[in-house]
Design a protein around this ligand. Structure first.
Ligand code: NAD
Length: 356
């Protein structure tokens, strides 16, 4: 029980101080070794849609808590994006021992199927399009599957990166009054699928890049291709730059980071803020924070349209581009309410969660 109370900021039913989750399923499969948590925060707008993370956690409670936080974030994200979906997320616990990956994801597919469509899955950190194919062999409640002559399906990362780029540009306009990124310095944390694509777009737009990644090969490549400066992973959040774009894992905006020198924070990583208090600190210090669940919705928009079969490539890109106007609307709400963007976005998302 000690570990539960010290490591886990919630109850069995949800996050502390927040409405309880609709459903939380903890499941295991002895044959494949699957151990997973599926958290469904809300289905008010429709089935809970959110990716599946495959990650090695320090403890089972940490995995459980991550699933709860991520699923709430998906509910906010889907609502603000105007999608007809609620929010959910799955976490598969990665073990150090070698596992039969296809068997693992097939077992996960059976778990998703057993929920009867209440939860729809897709890729997230640690999972691939091939994993989703294995899931698809057991359930139709999955998206992000590459197809031949694919126009908008498959790996959603490029659409996520496009949305983050559009959101970051709008945030720069809000905070700095500049409608171009030419000469703007951006510190990018994490050069994975989204971070790398974002760097390409920023470089093309004339931004100066400072990058960090635990993988030195990626930062070296960024140095060569974009003339990026490389920062130590422990220092990227305190470098001198106009914009900070967290594109690695969550929790990168700690209290110390909230005292940084950036003017804007906008990036892809889910759950960037340790808590809303850090968002308040950023606001007090005049740093415009574009919430993760607002600007990183491109991927879920892509997966949702793929799942619904309701849009072509251009229509998906047009829908993702709406992230820009939403950042301006958030800035307007912040001005009227006086509360920090992080809180204003939560209020807005909760309003949207009542509307279908
Ligand atoms: P990814 O796994 O491809 O990339 C993550 C990168 O971060 C890797 O290059 C990794 O080496 C690096 N990294 C890990 N720890 C680091 C650290 N401490 N400092 C610097 N770099 C570090 O993941 P991704 O698909 O690019 O997603 C990035 C983030 O965006 C994740 O938080 C994910 O949940 C979020 N996100 C992704 C999508 C999507 O479509 N891929 C959609 C919405 C949100």
């Amino acid at each position: 029980m000690d570990r539960l109370t010290t490591n886990f900021a919630g109850t069995l039913f949800g996050l502390h101080g927040e409405p309880a989750h609709e459903r939380i399923v903890v499941a295991s499969d002895a044959d494949s070794g699957l151990q997973a948590v599926v958290a469904v925060y809300s289905t008010v707008r429709g089935p809970a849609f959110g990716g599946c993370r495959y990650w090695q956690y320090a403890s089972d409670y940490e995995a459980y808590h991550d699933a709860l936080r991520l699923s709430q974030g998906m509910a906010f994200k889907n609502a603000l994006a105007g999608l007809p979906f609620g929010g959910g997320k799955a976490v598969i616990l990665k073990r150090p021992e070698q596992m039969d990956r296809a068997a693992l994801f097939k077992a996960f597919g059976r778990l998703v199927e057993s929920l009867g469509g209440m939860y729809l899955t897709a890729e997230d950190v640690g999972t691939t399009a091939d994993d989703m194919r294995a899931v698809q062999s057991e359930t139709a409640y999955v998206s992000g599957i590459p197809r031949e002559n694919d126009v908008y399906g498959g790996n959603p990362s490029p659409r996520t990166a496009y949305g983050v780029f559009v959101g970051l540009k709008a945030a720069v306009q809000v905070a700095l009054g500049r409608d171009t990124l030419d000469g703007i310095s951006v510190a990018v944390q994490g050069l994975g699928s989204v971070g790398w694509d974002l760097c390409e777009r920023l470089h093309r737009a004339g931004a100066e890049l400072i990058v960090s990644d635990i993988d030195a090969a990626k930062t070296e490549r960024a140095q060569q291709m974009f003339g990026a400066r490389v920062a130590d992973i422990a220092r990227i959040a305190s470098v001198n730059a106009d914009v900070f774009a967290p594109c690695a894992l969550g929790g990168s905006i700690t209290d110390a980071v909230a005292h940084c020198q950036f003017k804007v924070i906008a990036g892809a990583a889910n759950n960037q803020l340790m808590s809303l208090a850090e968002g308040d600190t950023l606001h007090r210090r005049g740093i415009f924070y574009a919430p993760d669940f607002l600007v990183n919705a491109g991927g879920i928009i892509s997966c949702a349209r793929e799942y619904l079969g309701s849009a072509d490539k251009q229509a998906v890109l047009d829908e993702v581009a709406q992230i820009g106007p939403r950042v301006f609307e958030l800035a307007g709400r912040v001005k009227v309410s006086g509360i920090a963007p992080a809180r204003a976005a939560v209020v807005w998302a909760r309003e949207m969660m009542q509307r279908v």
